[in-house]
Write a protein that binds this ligand. Structure first.
Ligand code: SER
Length: 887
């Protein structure tokens, strides 16, 4: 049964049983704790917690999931995968254990003709949480499972949580017995390879407050309702139903391996474990990378971007180790898209972008490998010239850390040139770096843990944002946090976070920075320096109290700094205009990747493959200027998401919007976006928008920056002053200044060429003069001279021409500041008589307190003893005389 059909049957089964279908959420959800969505239930968390009402009490989905903690294990075994799909059914306070077991059992065991999966019921096992007698009874009653195929397990296996505070509950897992050839008897408790988990039924009933490990957590209390969250592993069911041994052999993964075989010319399963591992790495990572890029992740140096970068680099590296010499990602992307698009049709639309981004990263990494190879050669040369055999760990680490050059490649290349690598030293440095990263992650976690102080408040009322309509609002204090602890009061001189029930101050979101302003009451005043939202419900104001005191429950007035807000409005509306202009000039493919705006400044990141030409930038600026000039009214309204989308409102790809959304419209169709930010009343109020420049922020993403309003005017005024200064410096009217500067630059170039020509002629004349003074020493002619020019190489080259076919040796010295640089030249005919420049130079270097080297025809060096020139010349003559005697 093909994977697409497994999914179809799953969804059909649950839709038939009253479940509403929800599409997979993006792999990136707006939760700082989750790198990627890793379970089907993630998008439903607010429903489990009772924070939002689900559209239906029964829902079903097939969720794309990424788990990257075992990335090193991928491919080494056939069990680990970074990408998988979880099919799930969910009940929000509707059916509970019995319904969940009933639905799962009937789908698994109904015959294929009846729309099920046709698993043999006698080969299915269940596990339950240690004290869940109710579940045991239900397995017997509903599924007819005998006692001996039901096992009790502890919290490590059968209590499910997200690993972070949130909904959780005991669970019951369904296993399929693959047969004695796969391991020992004794059920899942004995062998999880033979008994393969295919479906997890979670009885979601508790909220976790803190979680320290799988077995050590604090339950905050029961959830408002008893819920069901199940997850069936689509890929696992697929390989069982397709009669193959593992995920890599299924209809959606095997074609990717086949593609890798074609690209590399090697065979999967031909007997080499190392090769097979590489094939599996390529297949797994290519799938994950395609899905991540599809959901808007770009390769980068931290967080999600770094994971993607690592995946892509591991693909390139594995392919290289399999012998691939050409680009591999374009073909792999196409193969994955072909395999996955029956289930995710949007991939077809996104394919060109995905391919471009993957290929961009591959090209960059191949360049890294190339330049790394050069660096490697230098390192190897250094090791060899000091007669060493081992590349120090620090060098291998530097290649890895600074240049992204993987250790495997260093090892491979070292072996080729007969060197070893200090792997222990390398491992030590890696461990040190990992520890630093861990400490870093711990610090970040701590910062987040601090948010748990808001936990209590989150059950209370949400903050009402009044700032779309007013700049000053009355409200009362819901909570105060001082030094990370809830407090009743805060006094003058202290810093605190104050949570209000109503506030006009905008909290940072959607790219717009937080408002500044104040909170005050009779006799009390606090300056607000930042505003953030907690769990999208509470507005917390970071304040410094300058006067009096504030207490929980007190009535206060919150006031926005109106000048700041005016600037913020200009910045945000300006951002929308730039976005609209970009799409107008470049086309709808230029999709938003991020933005930031504040008074006077905006930046906008968008997906685009190449740098913008100055003309394009000018076009964009003109479109914006025209929109400002037209003075479009700015309208905002709230509507439901489907309607907003059908009107053509732009949404940020991968952002999780609620049902009701706010639309900001500037000039009707000119610009329409989903946006919660604050804006000017009409576009004329934005004032001038000046693009500063454009740059790359990583592969496939460009960034434009602009100044807005007053800051833009200031910038233009400064540029005018600069131009005036340039005009006066070149002594021409401003309008003629560019031509004048160009002419001056041209003239300087001509003069420089003339000077160089003269210097060359002089060197030639000097060389002819020097060549004429050469005298026989031993078997060659010799001339030694101290010269003024520091271009010894240039002079030596002219001298070589002047000597022509003569067997001659020259030594040139140039003194400067107590130091001396020197060169030795030996003509071809002199070489034939045994006089080699490199050897001669080494013979005289000690007299000059220096070192140097070179080839037979020309060698150069420098030293610190300028007084040694005479001695060096004498040494050279002696050397030549000796050669003559031997010749
Ligand atoms: N949340 C559970 C899991 O991820 C079931 O969907 O296994």
């Amino acid at each position: 049964m093909r994977t697409a059909e497994i999914i179809e049957r799953f969804l059909g089964h649950f839709i038939k049983n009253g479940h509403e279908l929800t599409p997979s959420a993006s792999l990136i959800l707006d939760d700082p704790n989750l790198l990627f969505v890793n379970a089907g239930m993630v998008q439903f968390v607010p429903y489990f917690l009772g924070q939002r009402t689900p559209p239906s009490p029964r829902m079903t989905s097939v969720q794309k999931c990424v788990r990257t903690q075992d990335i090193e294990e991928v491919g080494v075994t056939t069990r680990h995968n970074t990408f998988f799909q979880m099919a799930g059914n969910f009940s929000f306070g509707d059916y509970f254990k019995e319904g969940a077991i009933q639905f799962a059992w009937s789908l698994l065991t109904s015959s294929v003709e009846d729309g099920g999966y046709g698993f043999d019921p006698n080969r299915l096992w269940a596990t339950v949480y240690e004290d869940d007698d109710e579940a045991i009874e239900l397995w017997k009653k509903v599924a007819g499972l005998p006692d001996e195929r039901i096992q009790r397990r502890g919290p490590a296996d059968n209590y499910w949580s997200m690993g972070i505070p949130g909904p959780s509950g005991p669970c019951s897992e369904i296993y399929f017995d693959r047969g004695p050839e796969f391991g020992a008897d004794g059920g899942p408790e004995a062998d999880e390879d033979r008994y393969l988990e295919i479906w997890n039924l979670v009885f979601m009933q508790n909220e976790l407050a803190a979680i320290r490990s799988k077995t050590d957590f604090d339950i905050a209390g029961p959830l408002p309702k008893r819920n069901i969250d199940t997850g069936m592993g689509v890929e696992r069911v697929a390989f069982l139903l397709q009669g193959v041994d593992n995920v890599y052999e299924t209809d959606v993964v095997r074609p990717v391996i086949d593609c890798a075989e074609q690209l590399t010319g090697r065979r999967y399963g031909a007997g080499s474990h190392a090769d097979d591992t590489r094939f599996r790495v390529i297949a797994d990572h290519a799938r994950t990378a395609v899905m991540l890029i599809g959901d808007g992740v770009n390769p980068g140096n931290d967080g999600r971007g770094y994971v993607l970068r690592r995946l892509l680099r591991r693909i390139v590296r594995s392919a290289r180790l399999l012998g691939a010499t050409e680009m591999v990602t374009p073909a792999l992307v196409r193969e994955v898209v072909a395999a996955m698009s029956p289930m995710y049709p949007e991939l077809l639309r996104e394919a060109p972008r995905i391919e471009r981004i993957a290929a961009g990263e591959e090209t960059a990494f191949r360049n890294t490998i190339d330049s790394g190879s050069k660096l490697f050669e230098q390192v190897a040369e250094g090791v060899r010239s000091s007669s060493g055999k081992v590349i120090p760990g620090a060098e291998a680490f530097a290649l890895h850390d600074t240049y992204g050059f993987p250790l495997e490649l260093t090892l491979e290349m070292a072996q080729e040139v007969g060197l070893q690598v200090d792997q222990e030293g390398f491992a030590r440095l890696m461990a040190e770096q990992r520890n630093r990263a861990k400490a870093d992650a711990k610090a970040r976690k701590q910062a987040h843990a601090d948010q748990s102080v808001y936990h209590e408040l989150l059950d209370g009322p949400a903050t009402e944002f009044t700032g779309y309509d007013e700049l000053s609002s009355r409200g009362s204090i819901l909570g105060i946090v001082v030094d990370g602890q809830l407090a009743n009061e805060v006094h003058a001189g202290q810093e605190a976070q104050i949570i209000l029930d109503r506030t006009p101050l905008y909290a940072e979101s959607g790219g717009q920075l937080a408002d500044t302003g104040s909170i005050s009451a009779p006799g009390a005043h606090a300056d607000v320096t930042d505003v953030q939202r907690i769990a999208k419900r509470l507005f917390t104001h970071r304040v410094k109290v300058t006067e009096g005191a504030f207490a929980v429950g007190a009535e206060v007035t919150a006031q926005v700094d109106s000048k700041w807000r005016h600037g913020a409005n200009q910045g945000h509306s300006g951002t929308h205009l730039v976005h609209a202009a970009l799409r107008q000039v470049l086309g709808p493919e230029a999709t938003q990747a991020g933005s930031l705006n504040k008074p006077g400044y905006l930046r906008f990141d968008f997906r685009w493959h190449s740098a913008l030409s100055p003309e394009t930038r000018q076009d964009i600026e003109s479109v914006v200027a025209e929109a400002v000039e037209t003075d479009y009214p700015v309208n905002t309204f709230v509507t439901d998401i489907d309607r907003a989308r059908s009107m053509g409102a732009l949404a940020l790809f991968g952002e999780n919007y609620g049902e009701r959304v706010r639309v900001v419209e500037i000039g009707g169709p000119f610009s329409m976006e989903l946006c919660g930010g604050t804006h000017v009343a009409s576009s004329g109020k934005i004032g001038p928008v000046v693009l500063l420049g454009e740059s790359s922020t990583g592969s496939g993403t460009r960034r434009v920056e602009a100044l807005v309003g007053y800051d833009a005017r200031e910038h233009l005024a400064k540029e005018r002053t600069l131009l005036a200064a340039v005009a006066s410096a070149v002594g021409s009217p401003a309008a003629e200044a560019p031509d004048k500067v160009r002419a001056l630059v041209e003239r300087v170039k001509t003069l420089e060429r003339e000077i160089a020509r003269q210097a060359q002629a002089q060197a030639r004349a000097q060389a002819v003069g020097l060549a004429a003074t050469a005298v026989p020493v031993g078997a060659v002619e010799f001339v030694g001279a101290e010269v003024d020019s520091d271009d010894l190489r240039g002079l030596a080259t002219s001298l070589k021409d002047a000597f022509g076919p003569r067997a001659a040796v020259a030594a040139l010295f140039h003194k400067s500041g107590g130091k001396v640089s020197f060169a030795v030249l030996a003509t071809k005919a002199a070489n034939e008589r045994g006089a080699k420049a490199g050897e001669l130079l080494r013979a005289i270097a000690p007299a000059l307190g220096g070192r140097g080297g070179g080839k037979d025809d020309l060698a150069q060096g420098s030293g610190t003893e300028a007084s040694g020139v005479a001695a060096a010349q004498a040494a050279l003559r002696e050397e030549l005389a000796g050669l003559g005697a031997r010749a």
